[in-house]
Design a protein around this ligand. Structure first.
Ligand SMILES: *[C@@H]1O[C@H](CO)[C@@H](O)[C@H](O)[C@H]1NC(C)=O
Ligand SMILES: *[C@@H]1O[C@H](CO)[C@@H](O)[C@H](O)[C@H]1NC(C)=O
Ligand SMILES: *[C@@H]1O[C@H](CO)[C@@H](O)[C@H](O)[C@H]1NC(C)=O
Ligand SMILES: *[C@@H]1O[C@H](CO)[C@@H](O)[C@H](O)[C@H]1NC(C)=O
Ligand SMILES: *[C@@H]1O[C@H](CO)[C@@H](O)[C@H](O)[C@H]1NC(C)=O
Ligand SMILES: *[C@@H]1O[C@H](CO)[C@@H](O)[C@H](O)[C@H]1NC(C)=O
Ligand SMILES: *[C@@H]1O[C@H](CO)[C@@H](O)[C@H](O)[C@H]1NC(C)=O
Ligand SMILES: *[C@@H]1O[C@H](CO)[C@@H](O)[C@H](O)[C@H]1NC(C)=O
Length: 367
């Protein structure tokens, strides 16, 4: 009986140790899941069980995370840290989570991102969610550096939507050689420059909708042609349908098949063309030919001027002729007489030449 009691106590103790769970968190060993949601935590709690594969620490007030935040959690594959007011991610923070596949840092205020912030031993990371995660556009240089230095060669999905990004630094994605999906929607991108999409040979989907693109210039078109197999979303940009957008509308027409939201590519300005599809706008003149028409007009004007000058010269010529009409008449008569004399002389000689007897004489003499 006492053995049974002892066993029961021991078993209960064992169970409680085995099922240890940080206070303010909920742990489910069967589901390998731990959740610490909206508990006003100021740091990552200690004592998270080693069996954890899915770890959700969301809606707290954790300002900073570093390598000491995640110890003994080698089994974690999915880590969500969204909505925690995190402003700083130190180097190697996730390095020891060597089975980590999906990291969600969305809805934070990242201002300082260290160069190797996203490094994971074994390069296991497949998905990185940084939606609404950056404090402001100034963080983009830190971000670019850490995307290059964090050995993210296996990353397939990167969400950078809702981040107030204005311009993307050259080669920001150049080390993400396996990226398939890139979300850049609802930023403030105004242009796409050279080398922006360099390295994204495997990209399948690129979302550039809800940005601030008024047009896409030659460099941007070149960049989009650099990833010809990628489907694109470009809707809800404030396209400016005036002269200068023509090469882009031609490109849109040419690339229709891979622009999934082609119906949403409409003019925002000028007001008279609002809601006109870019495809339709491409067929209109957009005022670009006005300059050519102006050129034509100048040409026509110069022709008219030339005509007037020639006409004037012609008039003067006729007037001079009129003034000299008597002298000219006399000269014409003289000329006529001279011609007659010449003609008569010629006629006479012809008669002699065509006389057969005379010609026979001459041939006989030759022989
Ligand atoms: C990770 O999971 C494996 C298998 O479930 C287990 O043997 C190992 O102890 C776990 N690691 C830790 C640190 O608990
Ligand atoms: C990233 O997180 C946001 C919200 O936190 C979610 O809406 C979005 O779908 C996530 N992105 C991906 C690619 O899962
Ligand atoms: C590294 O990843 C591979 C699969 O990608 C996995 O089989 C292996 O166990 C991982 N190594 C470690 C040390 O976690
Ligand atoms: C971003 O925030 C920092 C700190 O408040 C500020 O110094 C910087 O000017 C901001 N950058 C932009 C682009 O707003
Ligand atoms: C776009 O992002 C801004 C913040 O950057 C947010 O206020 C707005 O709701 C977002 N729009 C959509 C449609 O998600
Ligand atoms: C972009 O590349 C083109 C040629 O590919 C070059 O002519 C142009 O100067 C480059 N622009 C910048 C800003 O480097
Ligand atoms: C443009 O289209 C949207 C929805 O399709 C509509 O709400 C808006 O009134 C239209 N604007 C104009 C100027 O036609
Ligand atoms: C779009 O391309 C087609 C051929 O693919 C052509 O017939 C049509 O005229 C083009 N439209 C414009 C506006 O350039």
């Amino acid at each position: 009986m006492r053995d049974l009691e002892r066993c029961l106590i021991f078993c209960a103790l064992l169970a409680s140790v085995y099922a240890a769970c940080p206070s303010r968190c909920e742990c489910s060993e069967a589901a390998h899941t731990v959740k610490c949601v909206s508990k006003d935590l100021r740091s990552i709690p200690t004592g998270i069980p080693g069996y954890t594969r899915n770890l959700f620490i969301t809606g707290n007030q954790i300002g900073r995370i570093g390598p000491e935040s995640f110890i003994g959690l080698e089994n974690v594959t999915t880590l969500s840290l969204s909505n925690n007011r995190i402003s700083e991610v130190e180097s190697q923070t996730f390095a020891r989570l060597r089975n980590l596949r999906a990291l969600d840092l969305s809805n934070n205020q990242l201002a300082i991102i260290h160069p190797e912030a996203f490094t994971v031993q074994n390069q296991s990371l497949r998905e990185l969610n940084l939606s609404r995660a950056l404090y402001n556009h100034s963080s983009v240089m830190d971000l670019a550096t850490s995307l290059r230095w964090s050995s993210l060669g296996a990353l397939q999905v990167l969400d950078l939507s809702h981040n107030s990004l204005i311009l993307l630094p050259a080669r920001i994605f150049s080390h993400l050689l396996n990226l398939r999906h890139l979300q850049l929607s609802n930023n403030s991108l105004v242009a796409i420059h050279n080398s922006t999409f360099q390295g994204l040979e495997k990209l399948e989907e690129l979302d550039l909708s809800q940005n601030a693109l008024k047009t896409v210039g030659e460099e941007g078109i070149q960049e989009l042609d650099y990833i010809p197999r990628t489907t694109l979303l470009l809707g809800n940009n404030p396209f400016m349908c005036k002269c200068g957008i023509e090469s882009f509308t031609l490109w849109v027409n040419r690339s229709q098949a891979r622009i999934w939201d082609i119906d949403r590519l409409v003019c925002a300005f000028p007001v008279s063309m609002r809601n006109t599809s870019l495809l339709e706008a491409g067929k209109l003149t957009l005022g670009c030919h006005q300059r050519d028409a102006g050129g034509d007009l100048a040409l026509q004007t110069s022709y008219v001027f030339l005509g007037l000058v020639l006409g004037f010269i012609g008039l003067i010529f006729l007037f001079v002729l009129y003034l000299n009409r008597k002298g000219i008449k006399k000269r014409i008569y003289d000329m006529r007489d001279a011609c007659r004399e010449v003609w008569e002389g010629y006629h006479y000689r012809f008669e002699i030449d065509s006389d057969p007897r005379l010609s026979q004489v001459s041939t006989a003499a030759d022989v």
